[in-house]
Design a protein around this ligand. Structure first.
Ligand code: NAP
Length: 255
């Protein structure tokens, strides 16, 4: 299937590692131009090397509105058009309500909800011109909240509600909005955690798969996420909007 991505342009928040970087690679390989952002210098340099000279790699913390605006402006100026924006920057925030602070909740909502809304507000005019798409990267806890996983469960549910509401809002402009609900997929965040714990990555993943009891019996690969994301961003998904698709090997207890 030709995904018709040649000459199109995409912006991905947090595309210097893990799922975002895998998606940037896949879009590039399909002939698209990509802009990614992140905070850590070493990851920015590695992403530039991995994505090549056609990619825009920008230092930006998405919780800083000035930096986020500068990233979006630079992308629009460099590429001259935008066909898709992916709200991907995020991290685990697994804590209980009883043990968490207001600050943790504020930080999580700033990162996963406010930044995504900010990006959407800024890119809708450009996406209206190209009949483009927004993709929100969420987690399966958006639909199946977990006691061990607040505030993420709440912020991801907000992201899912925002996806549906925004899809209705911008459909008359020809802009689509969808979400991917992630289960457990191999990425940089797990590599760093395994390193911090002094555990071999293979053992770390095996332990996660065993504890979670993933029906397909393994972690997902970042490429498996990227393939679904690329299709949803492409014009070949032109009649798909306002949906949340799980990429989780069957892990979520709900559809
Ligand atoms: N992998 C999974 O199993 C899984 C499960 C559920 C949900 N998710 C979600 O999927 C998304 C991608 O996760 P991942 O597993 O690929 O994580 P990852 O390997 O840690 O990559 C996260 C990317 O986001 C960037 N980032 C983080 N905070 C940022 C900020 N404030 N501003 C700008 N960039 C930021 C990181 O770069 P810097 O740190 O250098 O800024 C990095 O490029 C996240 O939203 C995550 O919550 C993943």
């Amino acid at each position: 299937m030709d995904l018709e991505l040649g000459g199109r342009s995409f912006l991905i928040t947090g595309g210097t590692d893990g799922l975002g970087l895998a998606l940037a690679r896949t879009l590039r390989d399909e002939g698209a131009r990509v802009a990614v952002c992140g905070r850590d210098e070493a990851r920015l340099v590695a992403a530039k090397e991995a994505l090549g000279s056609s990619a825009l790699v920008v230092r930006c913390d998405v919780t800083n509105a000035t930096q986020l605006d500068a990233f979006i402006d630079q992308t629009l100026e460099t590429f001259g058009r935008l066909d898709g924006a992916v709200n991907n920057a995020g991290r685990v925030a697994a804590s209980s309500v009883v043990d968490s602070s207001d600050a943790l909740w504020r930080d999580d909502f700033e990162l996963k909800v406010i930044a995504a809304v900010h990006v959407a507000r800024r890119v809708v005019p450009a996406l209206t011109e190209t009949k483009g798409a927004i993709l929100n990267v969420l987690a399966i806890s958006a639909r199946a909240a977990q006691g061990s996983s607040t505030p993420t469960s709440a912020s991801r549910a907000a992201g899912l509600a925002m996806t549906k509401a925004l899809a209705h809002e911008v459909a008359p402009r020809g802009v689509r909005v969808n979400a991917l609900l992630i289960g457990l997929i191999e990425s940089g965040q797990w590599v760093r955690r395994a390193n911090d714990a002094g555990v071999a990555l293979e053992d770390f993943y095996a332990n996660m798969v065993g504890r979670a009891q993933i029906p397909l019996g393994r972690m997902g690969a970042a490429r498996e996420f990227a393939d679904v994301a690329t299709f949803l961003l492409s014009p070949r998904a032109s009649y798909v909007t306002g949906v949340g698709v799980s990429v989780d090997g069957g892990l979520s207890p709900v559809i």
